[in-house]
Design a binder for this molecule. Structure first.
Ligand SMILES: C[S@@+](CC[C@H](N)C(=O)[O-])C[C@H]1O[C@@H](n2cnc3c(N)ncnc32)[C@H](O)[C@@H]1O
Length: 162
């Protein structure tokens, strides 16, 4: 990876970790647990023994939830551009054999074409073009960029949404 220095600072990561694990473990919108809703939508769409990419994983709590709820044999590659995020995500997921944490830029994904059955990204900078490139044909993605998750399937034409 080139000398990329952006992404969350150590202070931001520690604040996020504290917020998620202690201050506000459940965020609700109109009575709906936002994390549960998001991860349920993801899990519904991923198949057994598949490999998923999480772009801009932060503290790694979303891969942890998916690993708990997800289908058997799911393997999650979670990446973040911030060194501090990678450090804490590795610590948080250290007991999970099916979660791998890497440092990488969402605009220049360090993976070969057609590597993943699914990809997710919540509130993190990324390139849709890059996501399409690394997704297998018919691979599924779930994006959560605002308040509403967006779901699609890779037709390799960058046009299809469910
Ligand atoms: C708002 S947090 C979201 C974390 C996580 N996806 C979640 O839902 O809790 C945004 C994350 O994106 C990461 N980030 C910022 N720029 C990035 C980039 N170019 N590529 C990958 N991750 C990036 C930050 O370091 C931070 O961890």
């Amino acid at each position: 990876m080139k000398n990329v220095t952006y992404g969350d600072t150590e202070k931001q990561v520690l604040m996020r970790h504290q917020f998620i694990n202690h201050d506000e473990p459940v965020i609700e919108r109109e009575g709906v647990n936002v994390d549960d809703f998001y991860t349920d939508e993801v899990v519904k769409r991923c198949s057994e023994h598949s490999v998923m990419l999480d772009i801009g994983t932060g503290t790694g709590h979303i891969p942890l939830q998916i690993s708990r709820k997800g289908p058997a044999g799911i393997y999650i590659v979670a990446m973040d551009v911030s060194k501090a995020s990678v450090k804490i995500a590795k610590k948080n997921t250290r007991k999970k054999k099916n979660i791998e944490i890497l440092r990488g830029d969402g605009y220049n994904l360090p993976f070969k074409d057609n590597s993943f059955e699914s990809a997710i990204c919540r509130l993190a900078p990324h390139s849709i073009k890059e996501m399409y490139r690394v997704l297998k044909s018919k691979g599924c993605y779930v994006l959560y960029d605002t308040d509403t998750p967006v779901v699609g399937r890779n037709s390799k034409k960058c046009s299809a949404t469910e």
